[in-house]
Design a protein around this ligand. Structure first.
Ligand code: SPV
Ligand code: MN
Length: 636
């Protein structure tokens, strides 16, 4: 039993026709009519409460009509949240200098006494958290216009669809959503009075002279799992504000658990095989582990780059992209390295660049392979080579987390199934990591349980120079979803294990590591990942054999040699193969110890996890007795 009544509950109890009157008094006739066409009481209450709380000067309801979509794009420019660039359709947006990434510290779940999310998940007592954030939101939209959008996660009118209502005072946020998500106004008509939708209330708060959020010290992102409601305030960075991205992923993970499907931080890639077949693989990799470059492999199809929903139908797994656009890292995109995306970013079409350098209306970013100007505008304001910030740190010409926002359909290799309400048949799941000397470049799990536990639930990734942490420290990140878990990690792993129940076609599980190193040198080339992916495609169709090792199934040299020739037109030596696919027993044993320790400290871990890790340890010990610490793939 709950012993406290929250402010929202009080509002709902009191939300009689008098409270709802605010809709009639604040909305103009056109917006009122648009809203009333959606006959949903919970929706009307959410919007009435937001208006009552934030007190905007005016409200705009977006129906997704071309005029409404254009209106939002234009407001973003008129308000100075975006500036048009030389190329048609391109604009630039800046987030504040200290608002360049997801704020993990201030992203919290609002929890009641009876909820247990485990020790590692950031949470706050619901009544006090709600009171705190509503106090910050109180009157925050004075002098501003509130924008209301209806959107769909997943293709519309499908099993995958989740209707969402986003309220924001940032036209940049609303505009980003035009590029990143499917329109949902019409879908809201079809859900009738259902309470089954996500609600997001965002305000950028007071803006400074550069139109960036001023009160960063009062930046808060609070998530109410019971109400499927998110509050976000005093921030603009899309990962904190675009409600359908990581904020909804947290809600979707809980919803998926209730409804027996999976909401994952995964790309979906369509790999071309023989006779015109296309095989779909999903992939979960922590950041800076090659996720986007794998999703965008030249010559293959991209179905999604960040968020995948996986559902079971007729004994098989089908996947859909929760999004229809890309909010991608722009650093290191160059004409030679990434021709498809580079071309898209340098030709006319709708794109929002964020936190890049602008010189004479042209965007520049780190690692773009071009001669870069010595001055311009960037996330620090007027920028010049050698500029330092308040802490004395040199300011690079663009932020490392600078991004581009683009509709996926703008890419030449966009998968034709993007809007397919049935999704695509998923044949395999890839888990990525980053370590210098533990995992081989690619490996297949023995079966679903072995894969979920030793690959997905055991992901570790070395910290890189891109974070403030010490470099090379292994960080635990199960299914690369740790930042977004809305349940104890043991329960989340159990949910994956159970997912295979009732399946006739169980997806194959693979692991990759693109970052093996010896003496500072990478053992694999940047494009070699394409070969590992093509090998997986063959494995799915039983067209390649594999060698059984203590940790999984690895490729035969001859198969890889052939693929290197076909895919990359490259010679692949036996020497390279042996170095890359040697099993390092002590490193693998130490990893098992680390993972086991983490799960022992977490309540609710299923026993099978410990059994599977122990069996892997025993296989490694037996192999060590027979072959020694370093086992060549030619030994078995
Ligand atoms: C990530 O950090 O995993 C992203 C970008 O995809 S964000 O929207 O910030 O989550
Ligand atoms: Mn992501």
């Amino acid at each position: 039993m709950k012993n406290t009544t929250t402010a929202l509950e009080t509002f709902n109890v009191e939300c009689n026709s008098e409270k709802l009157m605010v809709l009639e008094t604040v909305l103009d006739e056109v917006s009122y009519r648009k809203l009333m066409a959606l006959e949903n009481e919970k929706l009307h209450r959410f919007i009435a409460d937001a208006i009552d709380l934030c007190r905007p000067d005016s409200v705009f309801v977006c129906t997704d009509s071309p005029e409404d979509i254009e209106y939002i794009r234009q407001v973003a420019i008129d308000q100075g949240e975006e500036t048009p660039l030389i190329i048609d359709g391109h604009t630039v947006h800046y987030d504040g200098y200290y608002d360049q990434a997801r704020d993990k510290e201030h992203t919290k779940y609002l929890v009641t006494n009876e909820m247990d999310l485990g020790a590692n998940i950031n949470s706050i007592d619901k009544a006090s958290g709600e009171a705190e954030i509503r106090e910050i939101l109180n009157g925050i939209m004075a002098g501003k216009q509130m924008l209301i959008r209806f959107l769909s996660l997943g293709p519309t009118n499908s099993d995958f669809s989740i209707s969402c209502c986003q309220i924001t005072d940032s036209a940049y946020v609303a505009h980003s959503e035009s590029l990143l998500y499917r329109p949902g106004y019409e879908q809201f008509k079809t859900i009738g009075d259902s309470t089954d939708f996500f609600s997001i209330l965002h305000s950028a708060g007071e803006l400074d002279q550069y139109n960036v959020s001023k009160n960063i010290d009062r930046r808060r992102i609070y998530i109410d799992l019971e109400e499927e409601l998110v509050y976000s305030v005093n921030t603009q960075y899309a990962g904190n504000t675009v409600g359908l991205k990581k904020l909804s992923l947290r809600l979707a993970i809980q919803k998926a658990a209730r409804e027996c499907w999976l909401a994952e931080h995964m790309f979906i890639l369509g790999v071309k095989g023989s006779n015109g077949r296309v095989t779909y693989l999903t992939g979960a990799y922590p950041s800076m582990c090659g996720k986007t470059s794998t999703a965008m492999l030249p010559g293959e199809y991209i179905l999604g780059d960040d968020l995948a929903y996986l559902r079971k139908r007729n004994g098989s797994v089908y996947g859909a992209n929760a999004e229809s656009g890309i909010f991608g890292i722009i650093q290191d995109i160059s004409e030679t390295g990434d021709p498809v995306i580079f071309k898209a970013l340098t030709t006319p079409r709708e794109i929002i660049f964020s936190n890049v350098l602008i010189n004479e209306g042209t965007p520049y970013w780190l690692g773009d392979g071009r001669e870069t100007p010595q001055k311009g505008m960037n996330h620090s304001g007027e920028w010049f080579e050698g500029k330092k910030d308040a802490e004395g740190n040199g300011i690079p010409l663009a932020h490392k987390n600078a991004r581009y926002t683009i509709m996926q359909s703008e890419l030449d290799n966009c998968d034709p199934n993007l809007e397919n309400p049935d999704g695509a048949l998923i044949s395999g799941i890839i888990y990525g990591g980053r370590d210098s000397d533990i995992s081989v470049p690619c490996e297949q799990a023995f079966d679903w349980v072995h894969g979920v536990i030793t690959k997905g639930a055991s992901i570790e990734s070395e910290t890189t120079a891109a974070t403030l942490d010490k470099e090379g420290v292994l960080t635990f990140n199960p299914m690369s979803n740790l930042d977004f878990l809305s349940m104890p990690v043991g329960q989340y792993v159990r949910m994956h294990l159970d997912f295979a129940g009732g399946l006739n076609e169980v997806p194959h599980i693979f692991a990759v590591n693109y970052f093996q190193r010896e003496g500072g040198e990478f053992l694999t080339g940047i494009r070699d990942k394409h070969v590992w992916i093509k090998w997986m495609e063959l494995r799915v169709h039983n067209e390649a054999d594999a060698i059984k090792t203590p940790t999984g199934l690895i490729p035969f040299y001859e198969d890889l040699k052939k693929l290197f020739r076909e895919v990359l037109d490259k010679e692949y030596t036996l020497e390279a193969y042996v170095r890359q696919f040697t099993c390092r027993v002590p490193e693998n044993l130490a990893k098992i110890d680390r993972i086991e320790r983490i799960y022992l400290e977490t309540s609710g871990t299923p026993d099978i996890l410990f059994e599977v890790l122990e069996a892997q340890r025993q296989r490694l010990l037996e192999a060590r007795d027979k072959y020694g610490d370093m086992i060549s793939p030619l030994d078995y």
